[in-house]
Ligand binder design. Structure first.
Ligand code: DGY
Length: 323
């Protein structure tokens, strides 16, 4: 039987690219330059599978290209708001993602940002590098204590639960959450977590708020000016979910005018372009979408795509099918 042809839109870890090359006729992207809309359309017309990642916008227009050969889109990433899922379904395309394998690393980054923001780590690092540190003193760069505080999680899926585990068992934090689809009572009890009836209740009750909801229209600007004003003045906002969940302009005002003490951000509206307002602020820790960026996890994500492809081409249901 002829090997299926697959097109990979960005550079993947070498180990996974080598495995792909053993199994398929592969077009890799060695330059790692994002593909244009036209190149993505041609890919759908010339390959059996397209393997994009979370930064490739797979729009209805791209999916609607005539004479498609592709039958499956294997997204490299757990989030799939980069793909117009309704259009993919209409076209009978199977779409898969890469859940589970990036849970802990993304939760680690959320915890890292929480600590960085609370303890003013980015600001301190800049001070040392700029030769402005004049020595220890009792009132220098005081932040907020983390241990024993209250962490509010908006969205209580796998990554939020992993963060809650670290925060509750490691830092003695009390856990609040909101989620339209809460996990089992056993999981909630294991974390001694409390479900809040509304986002508003959570925002006013938490010292740290971490976002873990999916991106997309339904959650766009969920955190807006009105809601930022409900947070406590010494609270911190952490975002490792998707940039457009937060209204950037409102957050910049909140940080500048000290409605809240700080923020830690791994994702941004319109990334990699960042609102320059963030760059002028000392009380925000900024990371370049590093949630899943460990060698182990990126290899595991690639392997997850491979498992989904193998199932699909064997005529079985891929385990991470989302459309
Ligand atoms: C995802 O997988 O959705 C992340 O944002 C990238 O790790």
């Amino acid at each position: 039987m002829n090997k299926p042809k697959v097109i990979v839109t960005r550079k993947w870890p070498a180990l996974v690219e080598a495995r792909l090359q053993e199994l398929y006729v592969v077009q890799l992207n060695e330059s790692d330059i994002p593909m244009t809309a036209d190149e993505l359309k041609i890919a759908l017309q010339t390959a059996d599978a397209l393997l994009p990642t979370v930064t490739d916008l797979i729009t209805a227009d791209i999916l609607g290209v005539p004479n498609k050969r592709a039958k499956i889109i294997g997204n490299f990433g757990v989030g799939y708001n980069n793909i117009d899922i309704e259009a993919a379904k209409k076209d009978g395309l199977v779409v898969t993602n890469t859940p589970h394998v990036l849970t802990d690393c993304t939760a680690d980054i959320a915890m890292l940002l929480l600590l960085m923001s609370a303890r003013r780590a980015s600001e301190g690092d800049r001070l040392v590098r700029n030769g402005q540190w004049t020595g220890w003193r009792p009132t220098h760069m005081l932040g907020q204590k983390v241990t024993g505080k209250t962490l509010g999680l908006i969205g209580f899926g796998r990554i939020a639960q992993a963060m809650a585990k670290k925060a509750h068992h490691g830092f003695g934090m009390k856990i609040l959450f909101t989620d339209p689809y809460p996990p089992s009572q056993e999981i909630i009890d294991g974390l001694q977590a409390t479900q809040c009836a509304t986002v508003e209740e959570l925002l006013s009750g938490a010292n740290f708020v971490s976002l873990h909801c999916p991106g997309g229209e339904a959650t766009k600007h969920l955190i807006n000016e009105q809601r930022l004003k409900l947070m406590q003045p010494l609270a911190h906002l952490i975002n490792t979910a998707r940039g457009d969940v937060v209204d950037s302009k409102a957050l910049i005002r909140a940080l500048k005018e000290r409605w809240i003490a700080g923020a830690g951000l791994d994702v941004f509206e319109g990334e990699p372009n960042i609102d320059p307002g963030f760059l002028e602020l000392d009380n925000v820790a900024l990371l370049p979408h590093l949630g899943s960026a460990t060698e182990e996890t990126r290899v595991a994500m690639g392997n997850r795509v491979l498992d989904n492809l193998a199932a699909f081409f064997a005529g079985q249901e891929p385990r991470d099918r989302v459309a």
